[in-house]
Write a protein that binds this ligand. Structure first.
Ligand code: R5P
Length: 279
């Protein structure tokens, strides 16, 4: 059994391979002059754990090509960041349910699909047999012993933040919208006064940065940072965050970025050992 590092997850793949004591396959990824993608896996690789986040459409094509090369063997697909999960239903008539198509594609090729903090229960429901990992525990572990308050940007994310706060052993709260008059809505922490406190706004994904920036602008705390599992970080999002008063951004390595200071390698290696037969 090999670990195949997808081009979106080279560092995480190497960490997981080390933890599982499995060889890391040598793979060539390149792009033809016309934009088509190319993959070559070293000779002798058969059964494999393929680790590849889906941040872009190219990432899906790379997975498709890897699956083609290894179609005669046992495959475990680890997709640490499952892109396309926000289109988890047809919001308007005629729209594709993108995550349903991705789920079918992955499950057709891999005996197990493992992912980290899918965007929603609705998204997860399109998989028949998904194994999901909660990395909020690792965010919590990162903050153990630090004097912080964790804030969820909305009530919907509160359950996730609660997991991180419990591991960190800190207080937590969520932001609530309060309508002042017809034109004005203000946002406050529901229960805790955060003035003069070190606040961490915790979310599952930072994409455009809009959600966290808006929360930071409304919070009157002396120091605010942001933590997330998936640092998708669309263009200009870090600028937006720092301009809103955020002092630091911390994320896991499900999407490999400069801010990926926390690794989910342990969680992935443990989960693979738990749910798959390795040899
Ligand atoms: C929303 O449901 C998610 O939990 C995140 O809050 C959202 O995806 C963040 O996106 P953005 O950074 O673009 O505001």
């Amino acid at each position: 059994m090999y670990v195949i590092p997808g081009p979106a997850s080279p560092v995480l793949s190497s960490r997981v391979a080390t933890k599982l004591n499995l060889p890391l396959a040598k793979v060539v990824y390149s792009v033809f002059p016309d934009g088509e993608l190319y993959v070559k896996v070293e000779k002798g690789v058969k059964d494999a754990v393929v680790i590849q986040s889906i941040r872009s459409s190219d990432d899906i094509v790379y997975l498709m090509l890897l699956f083609d090369i290894l179609s005669n063997y046992r495959l475990i697909a680890v997709v640490p960041y499952m892109g396309y999960a926000r289109q988890d239903r047809a919001f308007n008539e005629g729209e594709a349910v993108s995550i349903r198509a991705i789920a079918e594609f992955l499950e057709n090729h891999a005996e197990k699909v493992i992912s980290v903090n899918l965007h929603s229960r609705e998204a997860a429901s399109h998989f028949k047999n998904l194994v999901e990992i909660d990395a909020m525990t690792e965010i919590g572990r990162y903050y153990i012993g630090q004097d912080v308050i964790m804030i969820s940007p909305d009530k919907g994310s509160l359950e996730r933040v609660k997991v991180a706060a419990k591991v960190a052993g800190c207080e937590y709260d969520y932001l609530e919208k309060v309508r002042i008059d017809a034109e004005t809505v203000e946002i406050y922490p529901k229960n805790i006064d955060v003035e003069n406190k070190r606040v961490v706004i915790v979310d599952d994904i930072i994409s455009t940065g809009g959600t966290i920036a808006k929360a930071a602008e409304t919070l009157k705390a002396s120091y605010i940072e942001a933590a997330c599992v998936h640092a998708v970080l669309a263009a200009n999002s870090l600028n937006k965050l720092f301009s809103s008063g955020i002092k630091d951004v911390i994320a896991t390595d499900t999407v490999e970025q400069a801010v990926s200071k926390i690794s989910v390698a342990d969680l992935i290696a443990e989960k693979i050992t738990e749910v798959c037969e390795l040899y």
